[in-house]
Design a protein around this ligand. Structure first.
Ligand code: SIN
Ligand code: FE
Length: 292
C-alpha cells in the first residue's frame, strides 16, 4: 500500500467537487497522508525575516499560537512578535477554510487547536527516545486525555526558502502496527490514571483508550527491531506543498527539514464518516475491552 495520497488541490478555499471530497475523506480516514503538491502557504516579502531558527526561544522546538491568539516559545522582538502572530493566524485561517471546504461534514464539529511554527532543523536534534520524533510513532498527548477516541488531525505546509524538503517515514496501517505492539503494552490501570489526574499531570482522567495510545506510542519508539524492520516508506515533502493526516492513526517520523507550519484540529469520533477505521474502534476490537 502506498500511504501517500496525492490530491490536485490548488486553493485554500473551495468549493471542491463531490468526487474530490469523497476521495479525500475516504483516504484520510483510511490512514493515508493527503499530499497537496500544488498548495503552498506563502510568506509575504516583509515576513522573510521570520525564516530564522533564532526566533525560537531555544528551549522548545516549536513556536506555538493558541486559538485565543497567544504566541509562546519565541524570543523575537515586539515587531517580529506581531508579524509572527499575524503570519501564523493567516496560516490557521487558511487551514480552517481548507478543512471546512474539503470536509464539509466536519465543519460544525471541528475544534481548531494549537498552531505551530517549526523553524529548527530536525536532523541532529538531541532528544530522549520517547521524545525522539525521528522514530516512527502515533501521536498521543501527554497531558490531554482524548477519552472516547477524540481524533488528532494535523495539517502541515513546508515553507522552507532553500529548497529543502521535509523528509518523513510513514509506517504500516494502524491495525497492523497495533496487532504487533499491543502485546508489549501493559493493561490500562484506572488507579494510575486517577493518580495522574490528581497530581495534575493530566488535565482530566485518561480513559483505557488513552492508556493504550500512550502505550503504543512509547513501545513502538522503544522497539529498535520494530523501528528497523517494520514496513515503511520515505517521502520528501518539497517546499511549497501542504499535507495532512490523522497523526493518531498514521505511523510517522520526521527525519529532516526546517521551516514548517502546522495546524492541529480535534474531532469527536462520531464526526467520522468511517468511525470503524478510527483507532478507538480498532483497539476495542483488538482488545475486546470497552475503552471509553
Ligand atoms: C511529528 O509529528 O512527529 C513531527 C512532524 C513534523 O514536524 O514534520
Ligand atoms: Fe508526531
Amino acid at each position: 500500500m502506498n500511504p501517500i495520497h496525492e490530491l490536485p488541490v490548488t486553493t485554500w478555499n473551495g468549493p471542491f467537487g463531490e468526487p474530490l471530497r469523497r476521495e479525500a475523506v475516504d483516504a484520510l480516514e483510511n490512514g493515508e497522508v493527503l499530499f497537496l503538491p500544488n498548495l503552498a502557504f506563502a510568506l509575504t516579502g516583509n515576513e522573510q525575516p521570520l525564516l530564522s531558527p533564532t526566533l525560537s526561544d531555544g528551549k522548545s522546538k516549536n513556536i506555538s499560537l493558541s486559538p485565543n491568539g497567544r504566541l509562546k516559545n519565541t524570543s523575537s522582538s515586539q515587531a517580529q512578535h506581531e508579524m509572527m502572530q499575524a503570519m501564523m493566524q493567516r496560516f490557521a485561517q487558511g487551514a480552517v477554510h481548507l478543512i471546512e471546504d474539503l470536509f464539509p461534514q466536519y465543519a460544525t464539529r471541528l475544534e481548531r487547536a494549537r498552531t505551530s511554527y517549526r523553524p529548527v532543523e530536525i536532523a541532529g536534534r538531541k532528544a530522549s527516545v520517547l521524545h525522539d520524533d525521528t522514530r516512527l510513532h502515533i501521536d498521543a498527548f501527554p497531558t490531554r486525555p482524548m477519552k472516547r477516541g477524540r481524533r488528532i488531525l494535523r495539517l502541515f505546509s513546508n515553507v522552507n526558502p532553500n529548497g529543502q524538503p521535509r523528509v518523513w517515514h510513514v509506517g504500516e496501517p494502524f491495525p497492523d502496527m497495533a496487532a504487533k505492539i499491543l502485546p508489549k503494552v501493559s493493561l490500562p490501570s484506572r488507579a494510575k490514571n486517577l493518580l495522574l489526574a490528581a497530581s495534575l499531570t493530566t488535565r482530566g482522567v485518561r480513559s483505557g483508550y488513552d492508556s493504550y495510545m500512550h502505550g503504543l506510542h512509547d513501545q513502538a519508539k522503544l522497539d529498535e527491531s520494530y523501528q528497523a524492520n517494520c514496513p515503511q516508506i520515505e517521502f520528501a515533502f518539497p517546499p511549497g506543498c501542504t499535507w495532512m493526516c490523522y497523526t493518531d492513526q498514521v505511523m510517522h517520523a520526521a527525519l529532516s527539514g526546517q521551516f514548517v507550519l502546522e495546524q492541529t484540529f480535534h474531532l469527536d469520533l462520531d464526526a467520522m464518516t468511517f468511525p470503524e477505521r478510527a483507532p478507538f474502534n480498532v483497539l476495542e476490537r483488538l482488545t475486546g475491552a470497552s475503552l471509553a
